[in-house]
Design a protein around this ligand. Structure first.
Ligand code: RIB
Length: 334
């Protein structure tokens, strides 16, 4: 028969309430007592029922996370960091890939609320505003939006300063002597894509450089989109000397396609990406890019979530993350 909390309390010589506080980390307990409880639990192979615990304390110590796709290395790295933080804080993470489908997002949202997760981290662009609002408004379900997602007065948002990131990219290209600069970006209905385009246009204009319509290409933040984008660019009558690409996944697709077409990078075309994914250091040539602090994004998402769980009706806040330039070898000096 499996051991109960009473058996653990008896063996450790403490009350069941103390055992519960030690195991759930709900109150400070003297280290010697903690030690006795943990040894007793270990000796008896005590496994508390998570369901029974949840019914009693009205939380499940679990968080849901909606992500567009973990195939994109940026999202994969953020998820890895989020999972690490959840583990450190004693939370389980229920990961849901929405694959950009509204129906899947809605059904995951319902499933997560039925599972009574304590909060939801949102990192996807496809959502039904009214469903989100009803969950947040009526059910007080804490939500933290990372990168992109719905807006609501009770939602906290953590966002990349993408306008600044684009300025850093263009400034670096200009410093390296480039004047003919093109842009391949993400889908404009996504805020970071829109802001990176705004930053590109702003930085070019401030430097007195021309933004050519045929050198501004809207794509989709995917590897394949980068490949299609560079094909479109290489078909232009006149070619730029450099291209700023709105994320590393597209930069990877674009670079391999350009190289297959015989273009030498960076000698004939310089490339700068965005995200600083782990893989970007292993591209050939290693990619110069704009770093998004992914570890900090995850850390802030979890600490903000815990704060919101404790104060669900506190007004939503907006936290801006600052990107920085990482110089490698994909930009040539002219
Ligand atoms: O690679 C995915 C991109 O889409 C990232 O730059 C992130 O900011 C998101 O908007």
């Amino acid at each position: 028969m499996s051991a109960t909390i009473k058996d653990v309390a008896l063996l450790a010589g403490v009350s069941t309430t103390t055992v519960s506080h030690v195991l759930n980390k709900t109150r400070f307990v003297a280290l010697t007592t903690q030690d006795k409880v943990l040894r007793a639990a270990d000796e008896l192979n005590y496994a508390p029922s998570a369901v029974a615990r949840s019914l009693k304390v009205k939380n499940t110590k679990s968080l849901g996370m909606l992500v567009t796709t973990t195939l994109n290395p940026f999202f994969a790295e953020v998820v890895k960091e989020v999972e690490k933080r959840c583990y450190q804080e004693g939370y389980n993470l229920v990961l849901c890939n929405t694959d950009g489908e509204l129906e899947k997002t809605n059904s995951y949202l319902r499933m997560l609320t039925q599972k009574r997760v304590d909060g939801i981290l949102v990192m996807c662009a496809e959502y039904d505003d009214s469903l989100f609002s009803s969950l947040m408004g009526e059910r007080n379900l804490p939500m933290v939006v990372m990168d992109w997602g719905p807006s609501d007065p009770y939602v906290d948002r953590i966002q990349d300063n993408s306008v600044k990131g684009a300025h850093l990219a263009i400034r670096h290209l200009i410093d390296m002597g480039h004047k003919k600069i093109a842009y391949i970006g993400g889908p404009l209905e996504k805020l970071p894509a829109k802001q990176r385009l705004d930053g590109f246009v702003e930085a070019m204009t401030q430097a007195g450089l021309t933004v050519r319509d045929d050198w501004v290409i809207e794509s989709d933040f995917e590897f394949e989109g980068g490949k299609q984008g560079i094909r479109q660019l290489l078909a232009c009558e006149m070619l730029p000397t450099a291209v700023f690409i709105g994320n590393d996944a597209m930069a990877m697709g674009a670079m391999s396609e350009a190289q297959l077409s015989g273009i030498k990078i960076p000698q004939q075309l310089s490339v700068i990406g965005y995200d600083n994914c782990l893989y970007s250091a292993y591209f050939s040539p290693p990619l110069t890019t704009i770093n998004q602090p992914k570890e900090m994004l995850a850390e802030l998402a979890i600490s903000t979530m815990i704060e919101r769980i404790n104060n669900p009706r506190q007004e939503g806040k907006m936290i801006m993350l600052e990107p920085n330039l990482v110089v490698r070898s994909s930009v040539a000096r002219l």
